[in-house]
Design a protein around this ligand. Sequence first.
Ligand SMILES: NC(=O)c1ccc[n+]([C@@H]2O[C@H](COP(=O)([O-])OP(=O)(O)OC[C@H]3O[C@@H](n4cnc5c(N)ncnc54)[C@H](OP(=O)(O)O)[C@@H]3O)[C@@H](O)[C@H]2O)c1
Length: 178
Amino acid sequence: MRLLVVGGSGFLGREIVRQTRCAGHRVAATFHRRPPSGDLGAGVDWHALDIRIRDDVARVAATARPDVIVNAAYRQSDWASTADGGAHVALAAALRELAGSPYPGIHHVAGPDAISRHRLGVLIARRDGLDPTALPTGRRAASGVPGPAELRLDCARTRARLTTRLRGAHEFLAAGRS
Ligand SMILES: NC(=O)c1ccc[n+]([C@@H]2O[C@H](COP(=O)([O-])OP(=O)(O)OC[C@H]3O[C@@H](n4cnc5c(N)ncnc54)[C@H](OP(=O)(O)O)[C@@H]3O)[C@@H](O)[C@H]2O)c1
């Protein structure tokens, strides 16, 4: 089996790397600021990665081509690393799973919620402790921007084919920063 251990240089990650290597698996792993040294570095494909950069997470996942991705990356008090970064890894895992699946064609990868931009802004504002009433509302039709007034992507088929669970905006943003 091929594994990608994100945060493989950390306290938890390095033990996952060590044990999976001992079990005979092919292991790729990432570090952020501290390149691995000594025995930890041997026999592992190491990648420098900042988990806050979504495209870089997808790039490393595409390069490593893992069957399993384990996310052990974490920076205390850094929401972007611990929470947003986790979402980036989950998205990369879903895309990776789809890329290796037998299903050709276009796949829409998103959660189950149909949600307006304003509602999304309200959820983000609440999560971040901001005043949601400061967000202006308006009719899409009055904006003058060409295109359909309402557009929904049906992701049900993609979700049914994935073992990676795609969370919707309400679930993802309602948890807050606690
Ligand atoms: N340690 C414990 O006793 C314990 C107990 C229960 C649960 N946990 C959980 O296990 C997880 C890992 O904890 P840990 O103790 O192993 O933490 P850790 O030793 O601080 O390791 C964190 C890892 O995340 C990487 N990292 C930090 N910021 C990053 C970023 N922006 N992009 C990419 N990688 C980044 C670090 O890379 P660099 O070091 O290269 O910067 C390191 O590999 C956390 O979710 C924690 O809550 C830990």
